[in-house]
Design a protein around this ligand. Structure first.
Ligand code: GAR
Length: 185
């Protein structure tokens, strides 16, 4: 079976969704890694039998040092694909050169609303549609080649409804894209 490593920073609902749909059925999540020792996703992952490693970015003096530690851990797993799922750290060129097969999910229709607070900015914009994007991770933040997108009509939605619908799109799109990439490999 193909192997993936998932990186997350917070709630971990995308990780949970990917694990429930794909782990041990279509692929193996050999490890989930978080930079945040308090991430809610740690418990979610453990409940599903996924091994979690915490690499606290605050213990490193620079982004490069943190990324070197990440690289060392990920190399041991020899994954076919690295999946960022709510991983809120900017990766350095060293990481991207080492692992060019890294993908990310972003809660907007890229190239709109790159960077932080994309969900809020997308909601507040005058646009009547919104969506989610899966893209290759490249040096420019949220600027890598777009792999796939899904969208919704947002007119009239309250923020909480909007957020829920965006998450639903993510839960449909991300596992589908991961499988498509692994099948092509
Ligand atoms: C997701 O909505 C994901 O698109 C977003 O963080 C959330 C994580 O939720 N990612 C980004 O904003 C990356 N720039 P989760 O921890 O419950 O999966």
């Amino acid at each position: 079976m193909k192997k993936i490593v998932v990186l997350f920073s917070g709630n971990g609902t995308n990780l949970e969704n990917i694990a429930k749909k794909l782990h041990k059925k279509h692929l193996l999540i050999t490890k989930a890694i978080t930079n945040n020792p308090h991430a809610k996703g740690i418990e979610r992952a453990k409940r599903l039998g996924i091994e979690v490693e915490i690499i606290d970015h605050k213990k490193f003096t620079s982004r490069e040092e943190f990324d070197k530690a990440l690289i060392e851990v990920i190399k041991k797993e020899a994954p076919n694909l690295i999946v960022l799922a709510g991983f809120m750290r900017i990766l350095t060129p060293l990481f991207i050169k080492t692992f060019p097969t890294t993908i990310n999910i972003h809660p907007s229709l890229l190239p709109l609303f790159k960077g932080a607070n994309a969900l809020e900015r997308s909601f507040k914009s005058p646009m009547k549609v919104a969506g989610v994007t899966v893209h290759w991770v490249e040096e420019e933040l949220d600027g890598g080649e777009i792999i796939d997108q899904a969208c919704l009509y947002k007119k009239g939605l309250k923020f909480e409804e909007f957020k829920e619908k965006i998450h639903e799109l993510e839960y449909e799109l991300y596992p589908k894209v991961i499988l498509e990439i692994l099948q092509k490999e």
